[in-house]
Write a protein that binds this ligand. Sequence first.
Ligand code: ZN
Length: 139
Amino acid sequence: MEYKYRLTARPVVPSILPPGGLIRADLCFDKPCPDSGWGITVYDRPLTEEETNEYHLGIVSGPQPRPKHPRGIILRNCAKCLACGDTVESLSVHDFVTCSCGNLSVDGGNDYLKRSVKDFSKYLDLSVTYYPQLSEPED
Ligand SMILES: [Zn+2]
């Protein structure tokens, strides 16, 4: 089974691709190729959603990674820590924000909802996600 991904951003040497499982990569450094964009990479494993986000990879073929949250357009990426009362919000992909007591961190901005929580009983998610296709089943 091969899993193929297309680079959606210009590759930058050296750490341009997720490590592990890489079968082959055909990259374009100077200008995007007409049919393959900035390059095509092939893996023997499915990449995680974090990896495809981190490395700007779009899925060409192979099973979709199972998202941790149903797909939607993230309007606000924020959560409240009930231990210290702070509300923290991630405003961009690599904006990692932690509350003042350290119980809760949010990350991912408008791209994906990432949470790091020590005590889930003291955590309230306040993120707002818009689902354009509510009629579509979420597998
Ligand atoms: Zn806190």
